[in-house]
Design a protein around this ligand. Structure first.
Ligand SMILES: Cc1cc2nc3c(=O)[nH]c(=O)nc-3n(C[C@H](O)[C@H](O)[C@H](O)COP(=O)(O)OP(=O)(O)OC[C@H]3O[C@@H](n4cnc5c(N)ncnc54)[C@H](O)[C@@H]3O)c2cc1C
Length: 397
């Protein structure tokens, strides 16, 4: 198996295949440090946590992951708690940085001594509709050519695998939102044990954390806002203006360790397969981060793919390979819908009318006062059940 990309999708797939005795080559064009240091996701669904544990890569998660059994929705100066565990028969989310997930998986891969190339150049895939697709790359000045049974395109939204599919094969569904987020990491102890999603007249804000000493915060800004326009003081003023509640709750202010602007986009390319190339994770779909689904979808995609590959190698079965895209897309579209709904409900749109504002407030009022509405949010936030069992992918739970 040729795997392009050593993000969560590629590394998880490589390890799932290893556990089933299937050989793979993982090729990444950035350095190991770059891949680990990228600050991105932090919220893991219950099913992703269970998957990491079942794969034997859950030790770090067990040590430093922060299990959250609830979250807050804040508007008009009041925080309302949604009890995720109570509403979903004990399920929860875990805050554990993508950096840590990737670090753990790289360590596990290295321990298996299976090939993992960082800083690969000129990565290319070809002969995708043949029985032996080819993965080519250059590493430390040497040309490599791998003749594979299958290739997994786990190379993210801007990778080379999706563009290698001939024109006319894929249907692309896309929505670009008229705003982005500034995300910061701050050296400041979190003042809430759980995430707070805030809807404010000035725009959306999200309070999150990475550890007992580091707070992660986001604020809605215009799309493609240059980060240079925002001094640290300006960012804190905006965060405090939006997040401070009537009872005086607010985040601790501290040194900003890292800041960046993220665009918000919904994107799906279907089908997620062409010949012997399988797309997984951000290579096939992007969600706005409001619903915290991106990394989790990467994990569920590769579980479906690992099940299909195991059945192919052990019993020569191809039905699950044929079904791969349909099974993944059923989950992807539900996550798309949820992420779109969270985004639409919690952001100020530039063309919003006073009617839209009142409707959003009514939406939030309903959400936080109806057990049925809270249950709907909770079961999607902790993650809908996986269609594919861990056992079918060779894992013992
Ligand atoms: C600010 C932010 C916050 C987020 N918050 C959350 C959250 O709370 N919860 C959540 O679930 N998701 C979240 N996400 C989304 C999540 O980070 C992504 O969905 C996740 O990284 C997808 O994993 P992936 O492996 O599919 O892609 P990626 O992580 O993008 O990995 C792809 C890899 O392929 C490599 N690559 C690219 N091109 C090539 C090439 N030509 N050759 C070889 N390698 C290549 C890349 O360098 C990269 O390492 C967030 C994203 C952002 C930006």
């Amino acid at each position: 198996m040729g795997i392009v990309g050593a993000g969560p999708a590629g590394l998880l797939l490589g390890h799932l295949l290893h556990l089933n005795g299937i050989d793979s080559v993982v090729v990444e064009n950035h350095s190991r440090e770059h891949v680990i240091d990228r600050v991105r996701a932090g919220v893991l669904e219950q099913g992703t946590v269970d998957l990491l544990r079942a794969m034997g890569v859950g030790a770090g998660l067990q040590r430093t992951g922060l299990r959250h059994e609830g979250l807050y929705v804040s508007f008009q100066g009041l925080r309302h708690r949604i009890d995720l565990a109570d509403l979903t028969a004990g399920k929860a989310i875990t805050v554990y940085g993508q950096n840590e997930v990737v670090r753990d998986l790289i360590e596990s891969r290295t321990a298996t001594a299976r090939p993992l190339y960082f800083e690969a150049d000129h990565v290319a895939v070809s002969a995708l509709d043949s029985s032996t697709p080819v993965l080519r790359f250059q590493h430390s000045g040497t040309d490599h050519e791998v003749h594979c049974d299958f290739v997994a395109g786990c190379d993210g939204f801007r990778g080379i695998c999706r563009p290698s599919i001939p024109d006319g094969v894929l249907t692309v569904y896309e929505r670009v939102y008229p705003f982005g987020w500034i995300g910061i990491l701050a050296d400041a102890a979190p003042t809430s044990d759980e995430l707070i999603y805030t809807y404010h007249d000035r725009g959306f804000a999200l309070f999150s954390m990475r550890s007992p000493k580091v707070t992660r915060l986001y604020v809605q800004v215009p799309p493609e806002e240059p980060i240079e326009n925002w001094s640290d003081e300006g960012i804190w003023n905006e965060i405090l203006a939006r997040m401070t509640t009537r009872d005086g709750w607010q985040p601790n202010v501290g040194h900003i360790i890292q800041k960046a602007v993220v665009p918000l986009r919904s994107f799906v390319a279907a089908p997620m397969r062409y010949g012997r190339l399988f797309l997984a994770g951000d290579a096939a779909h992007i969600v706005p981060p409001t619903g915290a689904k991106g990394l989790n979808l990467a994990a569920s995609d590769v579980l479906v793919l690992a099940r299909a590959l195991k059945a192919f190698y052990e019993r020569g079965r191809t039905e699950w390979l044929a079904e791969y895209s349909d099974v993944c897309l059923r989950r992807v579209w539900k996550a798309q819908r949820f992420s779109w709904w969270m985004t639409s409900t919690l952001h100020r749109f530039p063309d919003a009318t006073p009617f839209d504002y009142q409707r959003q407030i009514a939406d939030l009022d309903y959400l936080t006062s109806s057990r049925a509405a809270m249950t709907s949010l909770a079961e999607q936030y902790v993650g809908l059940p996986m269609e594919v069992s861990y056992e079918s992918a060779g894992l013992h739970v």
